[in-house]
Write a protein that binds this ligand. Structure first.
Ligand code: CO
Length: 288
């Protein structure tokens, strides 16, 4: 059977929002009961920190339950500390894939890089009901541990998933995710087989290219910065013109098709489970 290339279904213009203690970021989508991006809940890009704004306080101590938060830095770093005693710095090119499970309390404090800027992403991935109360787990991967696959003018940092036979180090995640940082030279092509059951998006943060290229060569011209949502299919194709490169995050995962009930930093399946999370916080039994 011939493969079916995914077409572009929707193009989202990220919105500026302020989160945490005055962190200005670009949000493509956030948690909502409609769960339109299942298994993904949120995608933020913190890249618009004016050095003249002064110090960035970041995200002081807050809880999470029922989700995974994935932090990937391009520039600057995030100092992380949690209630279980984990401490670390997520530097340029590093990834922290944090599975909150039943609960953690942590702080995330961004610091500027040498240029004075902070550039990075945070993705939230939903946990299916059966794993929402699992023990917390971290997968921390340094820049040097993330393999780079090169083919047809595409240079791909593979965090999770498989490109050109190169497999990313983040594994055993419920959503069976693909998470890749893709840089395409001018005149390049990126083709990635994706499970037909997966939901797929691309966050285009540099340059421009043709996304959702079909068998006849047609596709959508996308200029950064945009989030592209793909239709169903079993592969993703992107190509660049003769004189313009592009760079994007390619994210895919298996939807859980469950009803969700988001509330701030918690995402559970029912309102009662949210009430329980708030009760656990009040009673000091949130973290065990
Ligand atoms: Co957090």
């Amino acid at each position: 059977m011939a493969s079916l290339s995914r077409r572009v279904k929707q193009i989202i213009e990220p919105k500026f929002v302020v989160e945490g203690a005055d962190v200005l970021l670009r949000r493509s989508f956030g948690p909502a009961r409609e769960n339109l991006f299942d298994p993904f809940l949120l995608f933020d890009h913190f890249a618009f920190n004016n050095p003249r704004e002064g110090p960035i306080v970041g995200f002081p101590k807050h809880p999470h339950r029922g989700i995974e938060t994935v932090t990937y830095m391009l520039e600057g770093n995030v100092r992380h500390r949690d209630s279980l005693g984990n401490v670390g710095i997520i530097g340029p090119g590093d990834v922290q894939w944090m599975t909150s499970g039943r609960g953690i309390l942590h702080e995330e404090l961004p610091n500027r890089g040498p240029s004075g800027l902070i550039d990075g992403f945070q993705l939230w991935v939903n946990l299916p009901a059966a794993q929402k109360m699992s023990p917390p787990r971290y997968q921390e991967v340094t820049a040097a541990e993330i393999p780079i696959a090169e083919r047809n003018g595409a240079k791909v940092r593979v965090v999770a998933g498989d490109y050109a036979g190169i497999v990313g180090p983040v594994t055993e995640i419920a959503a069976k995710p693909i998470y890749m940082d893709v840089a395409l030279d001018a005149g390049a092509e990126f083709i990635l087989p994706t499970s037909a059951a997966h939901f797929v998006v691309a966050y285009v943060f540099e340059g421009e290219g043709i996304f959702g290229v079909e068998e006849n060569g047609n596709g959508e011209f996308i200029k950064s910065v945009k989030l592209v949502v793909f239709e169903d299919g079993d592969q993703v194709r992107v190509k660049t013109g003769a004189d313009a490169p592009t760079r994007f995050m390619l994210m895919a995962g298996a939807p859980s098709h469950e009803t969700i009930f988001p509330y701030g930093p918690f995402v559970m399946n029912t309102k009662e489970e949210i009430q329980q999370a708030l009760l656990d916080l009040r009673n000091g039994t949130f973290v065990q």
